[in-house]
Design a protein around this ligand. Structure first.
Ligand SMILES: Nc1nc2c(ncn2[C@@H]2O[C@H](COP(=O)(O)OP(=O)(O)OP(=O)(O)O)[C@@H](O)[C@H]2O)c(=O)[nH]1
Ligand SMILES: [Mg+2]
Ligand SMILES: [Zn+2]
Length: 357
């Protein structure tokens, strides 16, 4: 189970322990590089191959979030004669990048698994938005990953504009590292490359058109990812439609993502607590243990707000996200039962399995 060649793909003793606790320790494992409906691209020590979900595994999964997604480790069976591998199970996830789908649905969507660092990309040209940035940071931390902020398209504005945005991030109490980059002049590329460590997985998220695929192409050194012209306002169609884990020459792994327009945050994993550590620390001094920090007497958070020690916008965003995540957690618990959508999904896969027989 301690195959040194898997270590390059991010395998470590934590996963080895999960594997032996979950399954026959001799079972083969592989990492999911991409998922296309019922088929996936897997990586192991000997390279890339395609695989499908075993019927039993599919039937036993209670929700789409329990099916393999990019970055997952899976148990797989494949003999040399087989064209496809057969995936029998999913290893426990060390980190999960997930969101609540926009709109009415309460379904949790997996974006990627076992990501070490989530790189939140915003363009300094039209896209920069502190509230949205904080949502992304909460999402990253909620699933256990470390966030990093990347401000792109610095060639399109004066350096003072970039500096002001970085200052705004800092004064909001956000302590994640901030990098700046122009894909055009390649200013900041070396600094980005410096943080990418071999064997670690980096997932790029952010709005459509901020330059995620362009920068991944820049890291690979050739145009593997499709990119597209967008209007100046950043409004445009989504160019990237598929997630794929790619191994860079230095051994770091990167995952590109389609731009996200709107997403709900889940709070259960502690993402809000971690992203608003300054407010949480103050909250410990409130007179009432269940203080909502809105109008109670003896509220320690209100005190620092008055003194300006904590930014008002940062505080308001905290209240909003807390309310939102409490609502999602509640509605999610209430709708645990398998929903219709997933039933239909299972049906379509069953059908395509049959057709292949
Ligand atoms: N001026 C300038 N343009 C850039 C920069 N980075 C990307 N672009 C352009 O912005 C457009 C969108 O870039 P993409 O890399 O496709 O954006 P994306 O984030 O992958 O978008 P989605 O796949 O839709 O999520 C392309 O026309 C790029 O050439 C940059 O640093 N400076
Ligand atoms: Mg893209
Ligand atoms: Zn309080």
């Amino acid at each position: 189970m301690n195959n040194p060649n898997l270590i390059a793909l991010g395998w470590d003793t934590w996963f080895a322990e999960q594997a032996s606790a979950q399954c026959d320790p001799a079972a083969a494992v592989a990492r999911v590089a991409a998922v296309d409906r019922d088929q996936m691209l897997l990586l192991n020590a000997s390279g890339a191959f395609h695989a499908r979900l075993a019927g039993k595994f599919l039937y036993d999964s209670a929700s789409p979030a329990q099916l393999p997604c990019v970055g997952d480790w899976v148990f797989v069976e494949k003999s040399a004669a087989d064209q496809f591998g057969l995936v029998h199970g999913l290893l426990a996830r060390k980190t999960s990048l997930r969101r609540k789908a926009a709109g009415e649905s309460v379904e949790v969507q997996m974006i990627a698994a076992n990501v070490d660092v989530v790189i939140v990309v915003q363009s300094c040209h039209y896209d920069f938005n502190l509230k949205r940035l904080e949502r992304y940071l909460v999402m990253a931390r909620d699933g256990g990953a470390t966030p990093c902020i990347l401000v792109t398209k610095t060639d399109l504005v004066e350096p003072a504009v970039v500096a002001a945005q970085v200052a705004q991030i800092r004064s909001a109490g956000i302590d994640a590292p901030v990098l700046t980059l122009s894909n055009l002049t390649r200013d900041g590329m070396t600094e980005l490359q410096c943080i990418l460590e071999p064997g670690k997985t980096y997932c790029f998220v952010g709005s459509s058109g901020v330059g995620k695929s362009t920068l991944i192409n820049g890291l690979i050194g050739r145009d593997l990812m499709e990119t597209n012209l967008v209007s100046d306002t950043g409004e445009g169609r989504h160019t990237t439609v598929r997630r794929e884990l790619i191994i860079l020459a230095n051994g770091a792994m990167v995952i590109d993502n389609p731009g996200m327009r709107e997403f709900g945050v889940l709070g259960a994993g502690g993402g809000i607590e971690a992203s608003y550590a300054d407010i949480i620390a103050r909250a410990g001094h409130c007179r009432f243990r269940d203080c909502t920090h809105t109008n109670e007497p003896g509220c320690a958070v209100a005190q620092v707000l008055e003194s300006g020690e904590i930014d008002t916008e940062h505080y308001e965003n905290f209240l909003k996200l807390k309310k939102e995540s409490a609502y999602h957690d509640l509605s999610y618990a209430g709708k645990r039962k398998k929903d219709k959508e997933f039933g239909r999904f299972i049906k379509s896969i069953k059908k395509s399995l049959k057709e292949d027989e």
